[in-house]
Ligand binder design. Structure first.
Ligand code: PTJ
Length: 252
């Protein structure tokens, strides 16, 4: 993908680069037009967070890494926004944690499924799941329920970035431990998560990978300690406070 021609010195460099990636994603047929709206919504929260990883989001990223390392079968769910914004970073996270990568779309079409799988392969993914669609998430209508039986269907821990609230709740109801990345701490997705990471996916995915590498040699007891020390409700309250009351110190 061509990168945007924005000087790195521009105060909104990262934000403009992100927009360009989403736009290119739509042009390549991997991101839905609704993905543009979702991105705009996310940007507002990110602006109010100062466009930085707040301490509670970093703690969540560490707890997420520990959960992934402890999991029997972790899976990272990839939609059209994730594929456009962090394709290589998602593959790196999968490598660092032994997770599968599965394409799972809210607005599912065979063309987008195939384009996203190809895009992930171009970024180093070897085995991309989601195309078999021989499993179901209970409680959702037909298209939105489709998963691979040996992917998300079999997973104990699922990373669901930028997910629609309805589906995030259905996955939680299906007994999956959910790691959600969502800039809106009030969203149903964040609230149904075992580990809500209130951060931009651009920063969150590499951060979970960094924590996973740091924890790679930790004992099971230490990993369980990291998991138990994390309080999802407190993390959501901290994020909401940062958004409502934080002093804007980010770029203008
Ligand atoms: O590719 P598909 O068909 O699976 O569709 C993907 C979208 C994202 C369009 C679909 O899942 C959707 O409509 O999601 P929502 O309901 O708009 O929710 C997206 C959530 O992600 C919102 O709470 C946004 O604030 C948040 N969000 C948007 N951009 C980012 C983000 N969170 C983290 N990082 C972002 N860059």
């Amino acid at each position: 993908m061509d990168e945007v021609e924005v000087p790195e010195s521009h105060p909104r460099y990262e934000s403009l680069l992100t927009r360009h990636r989403i736009e290119a994603g739509v042009e390549m047929g991997i991101t839905s037009q609704q993905g543009l709206i979702a991105q705009g919504r996310g940007e507002v929260f990110d602006y109010l967070l100062g466009e930085e990883t707040i301490p509670s989001a970093d703690e969540a990223a560490r707890a997420a890494a520990a959960r992934l390392l402890l999991a029997d079968h972790p899976v990272i769910s990839v939609n059209g926004n994730v594929a456009a914004l962090v394709p290589g970073e998602t593959v790196e996270l999968a490598d660092a944690t032994g997770a599968d990568v599965e394409v799972n779309l809210f607005n599912r079409t065979e063309e987008r499924m195939a384009a996203i799988a190809d895009h992930l392969r171009d970024h180093g993914a070897e085995d991309v799941k989601g195309l078999t669609a021989d499993g179901r998430i209970p409680g959702l209508d037909h298209e939105r329920a489709k998963v691979d039986a040996d992917g998300i269907g079999d997973a104990d821990v699922v990373v669901v970035p930028l997910e629609d609230g309805d589906r995030a709740e259905a996955l939680a109801d299906a007994g999956k431990t959910e790691i959600v990345v969502d800039l809106n701490p009030l969203s149903r997705s964040a609230r149904s998560a075992t580990v809500p990471i209130v951060d931009n996916i651009i920063r969150a995915v590499p951060n979970v990978t960094a924590h996973a590498r740091d924890l790679a040699d930790a004992s099971e007891a230490d990993l369980r300690g990291v998991v138990e020390a994390f309080d999802p409700d407190a993390a959501l309250v901290a994020a909401e406070e940062a958004i409502r009351e934080g002093e804007l110190s980010g770029p203008e």
